[in-house]
Design a protein around this ligand. Structure first.
Ligand SMILES: [Zn+2]
Length: 102
């Protein structure tokens, strides 16, 4: 079990959250200027790090805020958890950024 400490709600079980994808995968600033290979890399290719990893999670059964969670993927220990800024959270609310809801 992963215990995530939401900055607004306190410590909660992972089951209250929805995983939103890789938090380190930055969208190109000008998508119309990147070639197909770079776009495919952004959309589909992920690094498989061992150790600390930045992830997006939404507290769907709590405050519904989007969070940037740094988690060790080996031990599942949550290292840090911060609320995303409003502009990034708006992007995260778009269906194409949320994995597993299709
Ligand atoms: Zn919360």
């Amino acid at each position: 079990m992963i215990l995530i400490t939401c900055p607004h709600c306190g410590p909660r079980q992972e089951s209250e959250f929805t995983y939103g994808g890789d938090g380190a995968n930055a969208r190109p600033a000008a998508p119309e200027d990147v070639d197909d290979a770079a776009w495919i890399d952004y959309l589909h290719l992920r690094d498989n790090h061992k150790g600390p990893h930045d992830e997006l999670w939404q507290h769907v059964q709590g405050c519904r805020r989007w969070l940037q969670v740094r988690r060790d993927v080996v031990t599942h220990q949550v290292i840090s958890c911060h609320v995303l800024s409003a502009d990034i959270a708006d992007l995260a609310d778009s269906a194409d950024m949320v994995e597993g809801e299709r």
